[in-house]
Design a protein around this ligand. Structure first.
Ligand SMILES: Cc1cc2nc3c(=O)[nH]c(=O)nc-3n(C[C@H](O)[C@H](O)[C@H](O)COP(=O)(O)OP(=O)(O)OC[C@H]3O[C@@H](n4cnc5c(N)ncnc54)[C@H](O)[C@@H]3O)c2cc1C
Length: 263
């Protein structure tokens, strides 16, 4: 099978209809929604990009929010999201209540928070993915892309030698994509997985139990060289700002850090 990723898209994406074809939990507070886009509206995405989803709320109010794409680009017409439930939110509870067969409007793909291993400018020795909660969604697309390419085209020149995945969650139950992450890390020794749980933890949790800070990053990334790394951070503003300043203290330069802010 030949891997294909679209290169940067310059035109503004058009709204299209998408049908929900699957729904399942990937954490206690994150639901996976898989949609199928029918017809010519589908445009292949680059890992890290997002779609705008538009819904009509009871009373006729139209509301839009952005959601990152979780799947890899070679599933033609299929777009997968990971939506965190914000209890008092306007849009995420509506999306949580969708059932298979429902149709909504969406527009995409958009965004420059991307990792495209087929383009030489993205080549790196170490790929570092740091996500807080649902911030793992676009990073999953990148990690899944890495895994696909390792299986299908392992000789791709831009494919990194090591991948560091650092995840922060409030509880064990809300670790996003927990099973899949563990599975990938056990199958691919070059994938280094670190999970930190910041809230109350059960006895059996023997890993980090604090927020990601300079000390954690020094321990985890100790053997990477800032000169050879590409870093992607995704989550809420405070998470991104804290991690960015910790990385700078460790020696990474701002120019090598890409961020996607969820608000
Ligand atoms: C480029 C981009 C990609 C995004 N990708 C994703 C994604 O993959 N998955 C995902 O779940 N979200 C993602 N978001 C966030 C998403 O767009 C919404 O902001 C989020 O779902 C909340 O919308 P809402 O209408 O439910 O809540 P709102 O009605 O907008 O907000 C209700 C309350 O919740 C607070 N709030 C808003 N967002 C969060 C949050 N993330 N965590 C905690 N409190 C919050 C607000 O401050 C407010 O007090 C992304 C945002 C951007 C900009």
């Amino acid at each position: 099978m030949q891997m294909m990723l679209s290169h940067s898209q310059n035109s503004i994406p058009k709204w299209c209809n998408a049908t929900l074809i699957a729904r399942e939990l990937v954490a206690a507070d994150i639901v996976l929604l898989r949609f199928e886009i029918v017809g010519a509206s589908y445009v292949r995405h680059i890992p890290g990009q997002y779609y705008d989803l538009r819904i009509v709320l009871p009373g006729g109010v139209v509301s839009e929010r952005s959601y990152s794409i979780a799947n890899v680009p070679n599933e033609k017409g299929i777009i997968e999201f990971g939506i965190q439930l914000i209890e008092d939110g306007e849009v995420s509870p509506f999306l949580w209540n969708l059932t298979v067969g429902d149709v909504i409007d969406m527009r995409g793909p958009s965004g420059n928070f991307v990792w495209n291993p087929l383009e030489p400018k993205f080549a790196c020795k170490h790929l570092i993915l740091i996500g807080g909660g649902s911030g793992m969604v676009p990073l999953m697309s990148m990690l899944r892309q890495y895994v696909e390419m390792k299986k299908i085209e392992p000789q791709t020149p831009g494919l990194c030698q090591r991948v560091y995945v650092v995840v922060s969650a409030k509880s064990i139950a809300t670790i996003p994509y927990h099973e899949e992450l563990e599975r990938i890390a056990s199958k691919f020794p070059e994938v280094n997985l670190t999970i930190t749980v910041t809230g109350d933890v059960l006895e059996e949790w023997k890993r980090y139990t604090k927020r990601i800070d300079e000390e954690v990053l020094r321990e985890v990334l100790g053997d990477t060289s800032p000169a050879n790394a590409r870093i992607y951070i995704c989550g809420r503003n405070r998470f991104i700002d804290t991690i960015t300043s910790s990385l700078v203290s460790v020696g990474y330069s701002l120019g090598d850090i890409r961020t996607e802010r969820f608000g």
